[in-house]
Design a protein around this ligand. Structure first.
Ligand code: 5RP
Length: 216
């Protein structure tokens, strides 16, 4: 089975969490499977709140109404992928650069179901470089602070986020204390947010495997 097949398995398993209403939708190749499946039950939901321009485009292409989070209030369900997860369901996200809107929608949702292939489960977060969204004028300042924290920030070239900012991908962080590190990085002036989802972790993790779906 390919990695993409495993992603689809996880997305299929997330469908059972849908109870109607407005669904929060993340970003990425795993979520793309979820969006395609959501299209099959679109008559049962009111619409979706999207975490990126890319997901908005895909949702609209299926005729799924995309709603403004300011108008919907809190959501019952948010479904999104991850680049890494530990067993506490602390995540690294933002490989696709959509981390800020993803964190907003996750924070506004009562249940966060994370979907991924089994390779995303790790003992220690940080092998995947941690994405940090930064206001452009603060790029060098933020990079220096990240170096002081032991990281090696790399400017993601030719990439601008949906919010008009840049991304620094921080290598070489062995993240022993995800909650603390999430707070520390967010406290640097110029950081919009970072890709650690530990203050608001996932509530459920669905991992596609060769045998089926592992649930945490
Ligand atoms: C985008 C994300 C994605 O959820 C993450 O990168 C995983 O992507 P994929 O499902 O393509 O493996 O955080 O910002």
């Amino acid at each position: 089975m390919s990695q993409d097949d495993l992603k689809r398995r996880a997305a299929e398993a997330a469908m059972e969490y849908i109870r109607g209403g407005v669904i929060g939708v993340g970003t990425g190749s795993t979520v793309n499977h979820f969006i395609d499946l959501l299209a099959q039950v679109k008559h049962k939901i009111e619409g979706a709140v999207s975490s990126s321009e890319a997901s908005t485009k895909r949702l609209k292409s299926h005729g799924i109404p995309v709603l403004d989070l300011n108008a919907t209030g809190e959501l019952d369900l948010y479904v999104d992928g991850a680049d890494e997860s530990n067993r506490h369901l602390h995540l690294i996200k933002g490989g696709g650069g959509a981390l800020t809107r993803e964190k907003i929608v996750a924070g506004a949702s009562r249940k966060f179901v994370c979907i991924a292939d089994a390779s995303k489960l790790v003992d220690l977060l940080g092998t995947f470089p941690l994405p940090v969204e930064v206001v452009p004028m603060a790029r060098s300042h933020v990079a220096r602070q990240l170096v002081k924290m032991g990281g090696t920030p790399v400017w993601r070239k030719d990439f601008i986020t949906d919010n008009g900012n840049i991304i620094l991908d921080v290598h070489n962080l062995g993240i022993m204390e995800p909650v603390k590190m999430e707070q520390q990085i967010n406290n640097i002036a110029g950081v919009v947010t970072n890709g650690l989802f530990a203050l608001r972790p996932a509530d459920v993790l669905l991992l596609g495997t060769e045998q089926g779906v592992d649930r945490y």
